[in-house]
Design a binder for this molecule. Structure first.
Ligand code: SDX
Length: 442
């Protein structure tokens, strides 16, 4: 089964045209209409026709591609993977099933799912040569640095997946390799920083249960969490699996557009996700809540400081969602369910809810359409699962791997694929003559 290719312009997607009037020229440009009636002006010939380029810092107004993978309606707070609402997938699906849906476009049959699970098991172990890389990292090394380095290093041990020739079978193998290896790498990184013996994967366990085993089992005591803990991790990973053209996924597409292999492309996504404005926000939210808990400012004072632009309310706001991020609603509910099962509580959840209730009734946030995003509650779940703070963005990465691979492959299969090479508006010095060293004056 071939993955669903990106939609090519056809009678259904290309309608009418937009007339653009510039000082020196008037031009008609094609209008592209997406499945959910999003409209775009196709400017792929704009410079040829007008001599102008367009400028859009942060790409807030620019569609980089057509994609059939994920749909977000930021105004309505809608998120669907291949047409399936995120609420249904989070409640009823497994992370491996969602990964196959994102990459291949359809929910897998039982047989296909079982075969893929077998491939995941085959790929769980790292080449023993990779263990020596871990021994070279300092124990205080950041797990995100280790993750990006080790994912790229996988390319040294899987030359058969470096080829730019990808077919269905090779993609399945590449997907299983990356999805399995990131779990083993993450767990080994954690054990290494704790000075503990690495726990090898157990082929008899499901994807999520196996990860928790590698993270928390010890030689004298096997970690066997209750089903609800496994379901909480499953939901966390499903909710992070894809989010259309976010910063890290756009990075993966940018790198993949040069023909770079799947390891290099996914490793670049890990690096982009690390930033505190993106995937690093889940750590920043907890640090912010801990600061409040530690007798710092109370939530009302925090909100006042945010409004004075002294800092940003981490876990709030989104480039696309101008309503609730549907993921944050599911994650908040998951916090409550998990705490009920574990018989625990976390004062940070109370503080988070108090912050949200203040912000969501304050005009500063309402005018700017700032609502809790995926990162606002996700860290509280990770704390309850025992995941250390410096691994929160690693967990986001594990969740996002299927989305990165799905977009990398969609780009690869796109008949209109071109290397990504944006233009710029130059604002530097005009032409100058070289000045010899002894003639230079500061
Ligand atoms: C993720 O793209 C994705 O899909 C990402 C993601 C995914 O799944 O891949 O959803 C995951 O990265 C979620 C976002 C996690 N980041 C944070 O929580 C960091 C805090 N949020 C912000 O820094 C910000 O909201 C961004 C980065 C998420 C979005 O920034 P934008 O779209 O560039 O918005 P902006 O900076 O232009 O802000 C617009 C206004 C400004 O005020 P004014 O200048 O108009 O007065 O809103 C304000 C900003 O100051 N603002 C905030 C704020 N976010 C925006 N004010 C206070 N707190 C905030 N968090």
């Amino acid at each position: 089964m071939q993955p669903a290719p990106a939609p090519a312009p056809d009678a259904d997607t290309q309608r009418a045209s937009a007339r653009v009037q510039l000082p020196e020229v008037e031009v008609d440009l094609p209008v592209i209409v997406g499945t959910e009636d999003e409209h775009a002006v196709d400017i792929s010939r704009f410079r040829d026709k007008t001599g102008y380029v367009t400028l859009d810092p942060g790409f807030g107004n620019t569609a980089a591609c057509k994609s059939a993978i994920t749909y977000i309606d930021g105004e309505q707070g809608i998120l669907r993977y291949r047409g399936y609402p995120i609420e249904e997938l989070a409640e009823t699906s497994t992370f491996v099933e969602v990964a196959l849906l994102l990459i291949f476009g359809e929910l897998p049959t039982k047989e296909r799912l079982e075969r893929f699970r077998g491939m995941l098991t085959d790929e769980q172990l790292l080449h023993e040569g990779m263990r020596y890389h871990f021994e070279g990292f300092p124990s205080h090394g950041h797990p995100m640095a280790m993750l990006s380095a080790m994912i790229n290093a996988c390319g040294c041990y899987h030359p058969e997946l470096l080829s730019s020739e990808m077919d269905d079978e090779r993609l399945l193998r590449a997907t299983a390799t990356v999805m399995s290896k990131v779990c083993t790498i993450a767990a080994f990184s954690y054990k290494m920083t704790k000075g503990q013996r690495m726990e090898y994967p157990d082929p008899s366990l499901s994807y999520c249960r196996n990860f928790l085993h590698m993270m928390f089992s010890k030689p004298h005591r096997r970690y066997d969490p209750p089903l609800q803990v496994v379901r909480a991790l499953t939901k966390f990973l499903i909710l992070h699996a894809d989010h259309e053209q976010n910063c890290s996924t756009s990075t993966v597409r940018m790198v993949g557009s040069s023909g770079a292999n799947v390891f290099a492309s996914v490793a670049s996504g890990v690096c982009a996700l690390w930033g505190p404005l993106h995937g690093g926000a889940n750590m920043a939210v907890i640090e912010m809540l801990q600061e409040i808990q530690a007798g710092g400012d109370d939530p009302k004072t925090v909100v006042a400081k945010v409004k004075d632009k002294k800092f940003r309310l981490m876990g709030f706001g989104h480039r696309v969602y101008k309503n609730f991020d549907p993921r944050s609603k599911i994650l908040e509910k998951t916090c409550t369910e998990l705490f009920d099962v574990l018989g625990v509580s976390d004062p940070l959840l109370d503080t988070a809810r108090e912050l949200a209730s203040i912000a969501l009734t304050d005009d500063y946030f309402l005018e700017r359409k700032l609502y809790p995003n995926v990162d606002f509650y996700s860290g509280i779940i990770l704390r309850a699962l025992g995941i250390p703070l410096n691994m929160f963005t690693v967990m986001f990465s594990i969740g996002r791997v299927p989305g990165w691979i799905a977009h990398w492959y969609e780009l690869y299969g796109d008949p209109d694929r071109r290397i990504c090479r944006p233009r710029q508006i130059y604002t530097g010095a005009g032409k100058r003559e070289y000045v010899p060293m002894d003639a230079r004056r500061c």
